[in-house]
Design a protein around this ligand. Structure first.
Ligand SMILES: *[C@@H]1O[C@H](CO)[C@@H](O)[C@H](O)[C@H]1NC(C)=O
Ligand SMILES: *[C@@H]1O[C@H](CO)[C@@H](O)[C@H](O)[C@H]1NC(C)=O
Ligand SMILES: *[C@@H]1O[C@H](CO)[C@@H](O)[C@H](O)[C@H]1NC(C)=O
Ligand SMILES: *[C@@H]1O[C@H](CO)[C@@H](O)[C@H](O)[C@H]1NC(C)=O
Ligand SMILES: *[C@@H]1O[C@H](CO)[C@@H](O)[C@H](O)[C@H]1NC(C)=O
Length: 398
């Protein structure tokens, strides 16, 4: 009798437990206002946001951090995983970074680390308050003060950033490091054309990253792809003003470098940018091992771009290198296809490769670029490849 009752009780307990688990399939919302956040541009919300994050991250099920409309002052903060379930970070308001120089010299404003299944969205804005910090940028001298990147994503897998705006970052807007299967979509990025080092999205040491539908106007590269990346898809990106979509710069560090492979840039438009599609390496690489291979650039529109198609193995800003050196980075299997529009110089196509490791399997297919007065040219140094279809300017590859 007693044991039967016990059995019944255990059964009941299991039923109740499983119903608790079922309800946890619904997303549990953690509103920053319930944790003391105040949307008045003044109150430092760092602690309130962190407390909210910890509550959501430790929730055993789907959770959501909610930042309602309003303007929130936020100091530098790290949102760490791992979390106990999939987590959303919904920004409906505007987050404002500090503009006090005493708080500048740190590498991040907002950082997410070590998380799987993270979704950041909501239509809100990250305001980096960059104008107060740009005068402190001294990267031209070779030793950079670490100004904060607006949003750092480190060790994030299977995640998504969508419908987020970033304005006036102090340094890069977004920095992706060691992330896999991460997707950006409907992201808007803006900073003045002359703001220093304000790259839109920088990707390093990562794989299977997609950027689709983004509007990027900034002072440096719209997207920059550093070493150690594999499988980067960029589509429907509008870039301008800015320095274009770049792979590199590679070959500067003294330690061996990982290569970049499998980059696709399709259906993109560049307007009034310094470069269009670019691969850049330093001329005097000290270490071996770097490469850039298996890239496709397809269906690209150039409007008044200075250097629309540019492989530059003599990249040497501010004369910080030996310009007579020769890059060891090997560039191969790069296709430029269906690229048309206008350029502001006559150098429509510049393929400047390394003497000691010439580029090979470079293809130009259906190029139609018109320079000032209707003139343009293409130039090749140390390149092997082929051209096919329409070639305007006449191809320097045979
Ligand atoms: C916060 O600052 C912005 C920009 O200066 C301003 O437009 C907004 O009205 C301010 N909001 C509050 C609640 O003070
Ligand atoms: C993220 O994905 C990469 C590549 O698939 C894997 O090596 C790494 O262990 C993953 N990290 C986590 C925290 O799951
Ligand atoms: C990139 O595009 C290729 C070809 O369409 C596709 O196979 C691959 O899954 C895409 N990768 C990402 C991360 O979207
Ligand atoms: C690029 O545009 C073409 C033509 O509009 C379309 O068929 C293709 O799906 C697009 N690709 C991507 C990745 O957006
Ligand atoms: C060249 O790169 C393309 C695009 O990534 C890839 O599909 C193709 O297999 C590569 N070709 C060779 C010979 O590796």
């Amino acid at each position: 009798m007693n044991s039967r009752l016990l059995l019944l009780e255990i059964l009941l307990f299991v039923v109740v437990l499983s119903s608790v688990c079922t309800t946890s399939h619904a997303t549990k919302v953690f509103n920053v206002l319930d944790y003391g956040a105040v949307a008045n541009n003044k109150t430092d919300n760092t602690k309130a946001f962190l407390k909210t994050w910890i509550g959501a991250c430790q929730w055993r099920g789907r959770s959501r951090v909610l930042i309602p409309p309003g303007s929130y002052y936020l100091g530098s903060v790290i949102f760490r995983g791992s979390c106990d379930g999939p987590i959303e970070f919904v920004i409906k308001g505007v987050l404002r970074a500090p503009d006090d120089p005493d708080l500048f010299f740190i590498d991040h404003w907002i950082s997410f680390q070590n998380i799987n299944n993270l979704r950041i969205y909501g239509g809100g804005t990250l305001d980096g308050q960059g104008a107060s910090a740009w005068p402190y940028n001294n990267c031209g001298t070779g030793s950079c003060n670490p100004l904060p990147v607006s949003l750092r994503l480190d060790f994030i897998n299977d995640s998504e950033i969508s419908n987020i705006n970033s304005i006036n970052s102090k340094n890069f807007h977004f920095n992706v490091f060691s992330c896999y299967r991460l997707r950006f979509s409907h992201v808007t990025i803006s900073a003045p054309a002359d703001s220093p080092n304000t790259d839109g999205i920088h990707i390093g040491g990562s794989g299977e990253i997609a950027i689709d539908t983004a509007d990027i106007a900034t002072g440096d590269d719209c997207v920059s792809i550093g070493s150690g990346n594999q499988g980067i898809n960029i589509s429907n990106v509008y870039c301008g003003p800015g320095h274009g979509i770049s792979v590199g710069s590679m070959g500067r560090s003294a330690t061996d470098e990982e290569g970049v492979s499998g980059v696709a840039v399709v259906n993109c438009t560049f307007r009034r940018t310094l470069n269009g599609v670019q691969i850049k390496t330093w001329p005097d690489s000290k270490a071996a091992g770097g490469f850039a291979s298996d890239f496709v650039y397809d269906n690209i529109v150039m409007e008044n771009v200075e250097n629309p198609i540019f492989i530059n193995q003599h990249y040497c800003p501010s004369n910080l290198c030996d310009p007579k050196g020769s890059s060891k980075i090997q560039i191969s299997n790069i296709t430029f296809r269906n690229i048309h529009g206008t350029c502001t110089t006559r150098d429509a196509v510049k393929l400047v490769c390394s003497k000691i490791s010439p580029c090979h399997d470079i293809a130009l297919e259906n190029i139609n670029l018109i320079g000032p007065g209707g003139f343009a040219s293409s130039s090749c140094y140390n390149v092997r490849g082929r051209s096919r279809g329409r070639q305007k300017p006449p191809s320097c590859l045979h």
